[in-house]
Structures are given as structure tokens and as C-alpha cells.
Design a protein around this ligand. Structure first.
Ligand code: FES
Length: 221
């Protein structure tokens, strides 16, 4: 009898085990959808791998690169120093316009023949003119716009190349747009007997100054 009972029932898990399994299964189902509104299990936290940040890279300077950079820097430095030195030199020695002195010795009266002498035209801008009574120093500046006239011995006149003004040997204007005669400079005799011309003093014919002392050097040689 005991064998039948044993054979008639298939061996299975004990009842408590079945109940426990049912509860566990129900619990799993309940966890999946408890009452139709199952809560999802929280997703496992992702593991964030640290991102490598771009830090200072090690300088990869070769010996050749280093000396090349050094050479460029030296050239730049030398250029800058040269420019500074040049500027300083120009500051120390600025452009200076060397003009002839306003007063000069013009030799002895006996050095002059009758007529117009151009020996001081280029350097001092003066014509020395001698006539029967003496010597005077005539300005080479045209009274129109300041050009330098030419002495034309064949025509016995000064002729301005700019606008055609003409002057007699005395300096009196007679043709062209020149508004007045050429000016004369102060002329005297120095202690050594030489003529001294002083361009600081002008004499203008239209102002009646040609008769002033110093406007004419009386000489009869
Ligand atoms: S500047 Fe001499 S004529 Fe004009």
C-alpha cells in the first residue's frame, strides 16, 4: 500500500516549495506589471569614462628649428637697431641748407671793366655793373615772379626766360610783365680796398633809393 501511494503520486516539489515558487513568480509578474502599471526598473547607471582633455603638448623643438628661430630673431633685432641708429643720426645731423653768406667781398674796383660782370651771379645772385661813374650790385631776381634773367650782351639787356621781361643794364624794366626795376644791393669799400656787397640792404628805384648812400660805389679808375 505504501508503494502504491508512492507510485500513484508523481514525485514533485513539496507544497511549500510550490507556494513559494508561485509567490516568487507572482512577484516577478507583479514587478513587471503590478496591477497593470508596472514600474520600470531603473536602468543601470552608465559608467562615464573620463575624456582626456587637451593639455599642453610637449614642445617638439629640434636643434635646427631652435637655431633657425634664433637667426630670424637676430636679423630682426639688427634691423631694428639699424633703423633706430639711422633715425638718431638724422636727428643729430639734420638736413641743413648751406646758403652763401649775405655779405661777401667782390674784389677791387679795378678788377671790373665797363659793363656787366657775371662772376658772382651763380654763387651770390648778383651782377656787378660798372659805368662811367662807378659800380653797383644788381639783384638777379626778376621782379615779376622771381626767375633769374639772362644777360644778353649782344642786345645789351637782361631777359627773363620765364615770361619775357626785359631790363636795361641799369636794372630799369622796359618790356614784359615785370612791374618794377631790379633791386640793387649795398656796395661799399672795405678797409683793405676791396668791394663789399651786403645783400641784407636793398635799394629800390621806384622808392627813390638808388641815390641813397651805399646804393652806388663811385669809382673812376
Ligand atoms: S618771372 Fe621774370 S618775367 Fe615772369
Amino acid at each position: 500500500m505504501s508503494q502504491e501511494g508512492t507510485q500513484g503520486t508523481s514525485p514533485g516539489p513539496p507544497e511549500d516549495a510550490v507556494v513559494t515558487a508561485g509567490v516568487v513568480a507572482a512577484g516577478k509578474r507583479g514587478a513587471a506589471s503590478p496591477g497593470g502599471a508596472a514600474k520600470k526598473a531603473p536602468a543601470p547607471a552608465k559608467i562615464v569614462q573620463p575624456v582626456a582633455t587637451a593639455g599642453p603638448q610637449p614642445l617638439n623643438i629640434t636643434r635646427r628649428t631652435f637655431f633657425s628661430s634664433l637667426g630670424i630673431a637676430w636679423v630682426a633685432f639688427t634691423g631694428a637697431m639699424s633703423a633706430a641708429l639711422t633715425a638718431m643720426t638724422r636727428f643729430m645731423f639734420p638736413n641743413v641748407l648751406f646758403e652763401p653768406p649775405m655779405s661777401f667781398k667782390a674784389g677791387f674796383p679795378s678788377d671790373y671793366a665797363m659793363g656787366v660782370d657775371e662772376r658772382y651771379k651763380e654763387k651770390y645772385g648778383v651782377w656787378m655793373v660798372r659805368n662811367e661813374e662807378g659800380i653797383y650790385a644788381l639783384s638777379t631776381i626778376c621782379t615779376h615772379l622771381g626767375c633769374t634773367p639772362n644777360w644778353l650782351p649782344a642786345e645789351n639787356k637782361f631777359k627773363c626766360p620765364c615770361h619775357g621781361s626785359g631790363y636795361y643794364p641799369s636794372g630799369i624794366n622796359f618790356e614784359g610783365p615785370a612791374p618794377r626795376p631790379l633791386e640793387r644791393y649795398k656796395i661799399t669799400l672795405g678797409d683793405d680796398g676791396q668791394i663789399v656787397v651786403d645783400k641784407n640792404t636793398h635799394f629800390q628805384q621806384e622808392k627813390g633809393q638808388w641815390g641813397d648812400p651805399g646804393a652806388f660805389l663811385h669809382y673812376v679808375g
